[in-house]
Write a protein of this length. Structure first.
Lengths: 188, 447
């Protein structure tokens, strides 16, 4: 026992001076063994990370031009059916439409219709129905423009994700075809 | 407590039965001392025990009450998206016997747990009980406090009413702000995964972590004051009677949920978010920094003497922290709209500066009073109660309890959950007072 402790001391002190003590080497081996045994368990943390559901933003029928009057709004879900996919289809009043055209902010407007995802990019609260050309987030008071989803006021760091629309001229059916931007993504 | 005072030579049947019961009690008591109960002392303090020094114990009791009321709720609750989970809670509240009461006590025990742990931390801070070997207990206590808030939070997101989904949304936003991986870990993908995840955290993972932390936080020798435990039960039942656990409107994914401010322990962050400052600073970095600073307090405070007046800067920091936290909490519910109004950042900063100044001035003013108080342990005054008086009080209490039990029965038959709960609470309060009075009477020196 005394010999052991003596060896241990020399092992700590002069282990690398050419003469590696047997005790020190055994401890090193034991330590390596412990680390190697633990290693396979480390990636098991991955178990706790959710599997992202792949969303293919396909073409989805969301409404008809005849069911929406000027200034009215319809709720639909795109691209999936999850709560964060809640979106608005809005038909702009003519005055607003004319102003947006004048100012050149009509990149998302198709025949007077716009569609946006409605999850606030600040902290993912669902925003309220458009009123007077504005979206309002009830949680922290952010305000967004209904014509192009840009921020008017408040803590919202980036515009709302817009949805590209296609309208069948014959039947008047409206299809959502593409989502611009990431839902609820407020990081810079 | 079932002990007889003196032996009689002529042993009747009752006497022998009492004797046997006493033997059994003593045997059990002796054998239990070999278990973990050997380190717990159940006491009936003869004086009004100093409530503030019992807060840690009270918090622990609330944790076990939350477990005891939460486990039966598992039988009926189903963690699925809104149309199932909400309906099972509605079913528990409206259809199941004592369901509303159980939910109420569960809800209030979680709130009490958070509140008591906050007051416990404030008390320990101002008494500077974190010094010496207790620095480790302080650190585990801070972590335990954070985890306590997490268990309470995951609990109220499971109801899947408007408020719960709103809380989940904010959680999505904040975790996304930290990193998408954190969001994936804490919030999952999609509502059904999220609900299941929060459920697993709430009933399994976090309570297990809490038990592990309690193992390294509770002191070696536990003293449990029995009347206090009964008192906590009574308060929880009375709170349930006055403020039943809310059900709220069912979440409808197609409609914008009705906006409500968060639970009271998050109002301070809510206030700061309403200044429109960046989320990463207000909701992530600031709380994180505060937690780290709190954990470092035992090493920041290098003073050796245990008195508050010797470390005025720590007293001022503590007073500022508490009063500023109260300000932010109250400010959170003022002007919430919807939409919630902006809080000018100048107001938040201005009030902070004013709070620091006011705390410094107040501490300066009360320093002479604190210094004039005798330092060291006070001798607890002996209290005596006349035997006849004690008998009278106990008789009155037992009579009142009989009344409350009758009141409970009739309220239950009528289906009035709140009234039934109130009667249970008052009856338990009677038991607590009875135990206390009994303990005081035992202090009379025997002639």
């Amino acid at each position: 026992m005394t010999e052991d402790s003596h060896v241990e001391e020399t092992g700590e002190g002069e282990g690398f001076e050419g003469k590696l003590s047997r005790r020190y080497f055994l401890k090193f081996l034991l330590g390596t063994s412990i680390i190697l045994s633990i290693t396979p368990f480390v990636p098991m943390v991955k178990f706790f990370f959710a599997k992202e559901t792949k969303m293919e933003p396909g073409r989805k029928l969301i409404g008809n031009t005849k069911e929406l009057t000027e200034g009215s709004t319809k709720v639909f879900f795109y691209p999936g059916e999850e709560s964060e996919h809640r979106s608005f289809l809005h038909r702009l009043p003519l005055v607003q439409l004319a102003r947006a055209r004048e100012e050149g902010r009509d990149q998302f407007i198709n025949d007077g219709f716009v569609a946006f995802n409605t999850i606030c990019p600040h902290l993912q609260c669902p925003i309220e129905l458009p009123e007077g050309g504005e979206f309002i987030c009830p949680c922290h008071g952010g305000v967004l423009d209904v014509t192009d989803g840009t921020v008017i006021d408040g803590p919202i760091p980036r515009p709302l994700p817009a949805i590209r629309l296609e309208i069948d001229k014959g039947s008047g059916d409206i299809y959502a075809v593409e989502l611009f931007g990431r839902i609820g993504y407020g990081r810079d | 407590m079932a002990e007889t005072e003196q032996e009689t030579p002529r042993r009747s049947l009752t006497d022998r039965a009492v004797g046997k019961t006493r033997d059994l009690y003593r045997w059990l008591d002796d054998r239990l001392k070999a278990t973990v109960f050997g380190s717990i002392r159940f006491t009936l303090p003869g004086t009004f025990s100093y409530v503030l020094s019992n807060l840690g114990m009270a918090t622990t009791i609330c944790f076990f009450i939350a477990c005891a009321t939460g486990i039966p709720l598992l039988i009926y609750y189903r963690p699925s998206p809104w149309n199932v989970a909400y309906d099972t809670i509605k079913f528990i509240t409206e259809e199941i016997a004592f369901g509303a009461m159980l939910r109420g006590v569960h809800y209030h025990s979680s709130n009490a747990m958070v509140l008591l742990s906050i007051i416990h931390a404030i008390y320990v801070f101002f008494k500077r009980l974190y010094k010496g070997r207790f620095d480790f207990l302080w650190v585990t206590g801070v972590i335990l406090g954070v985890v306590t808030v997490m268990v309470a939070f995951t609990g109220y997101t499971l109801i899947l009413n408007d408020r719960a989904v709103e809380a989940q949304n904010i959680m999505l936003g904040i975790t996304e702000t930290i990193h998408p991986l954190v969001k994936s870990l804490m919030a999952g993908s999609g509502l059904s995964d999220r609900v299941m995840r929060l459920y697993a955290f709430h009933i399994g993972l976090i309570p297990a972590i809490m038990l592990a932390l309690m193992a390294v936080h509770l002191p070696r020798a536990l003293r449990i004051s029995v009347p206090t435990v009964i008192g906590i039960f009574a308060v929880l039942f009375i709170a349930t009677a006055i403020f039943p656990a809310e059900l709220g409107p069912k979440y409808n994914p197609a409609a914008t949920p009705e906006f409500m401010p968060p639970e009271w322990y998050f109002l301070w962050i809510f206030s700061l978010l309403r200044t429109w400052a960046p989320v990463i600073i207000v909701a992530v970095l600031l709380p994180g920094a505060l937690i780290v600073i709190m954990m470092a307090i035992p090493w920041l405070d290098t003073g050796r003497r245990p008195f508050l007046t010797d470390r005025p800067e720590f007293a001022v920091i503590g007073m500022t922290a508490v009063s500023y936290w109260l300000y932010l909490t109250v400010r959170g519910v003022i002007g919430v709209g919807p939409p919630a109004e902006q809080i000018p950042i100048i107001e938040v900063v201005g009030v902070f500066v004013a709070t620091v100044a006011a705390s410094a001035i107040v501490f300066r003013l009360i320093t002479p009073i604190l210094k004039s108080r005798p330092r060291g342990r006070k001798k607890e005054p002996q209290r005596y109660l006349d035997d006849n008086l004690v008998t009278g009080i106990l008789l009155v209490i037992v009579g009142l309890q009989a009344l409350f039990v009758w009141g409970f029965t009739s309220a239950y038959i009528q289906g009035n959950s709140s009234l039934a709960s109130m009667n249970i609470g008052l009856s338990l309060l009677g038991l607590g007072v009875a135990q206390h009075v009994y303990a005081v009477s035992k202090q009379v020196p025997s002639e």
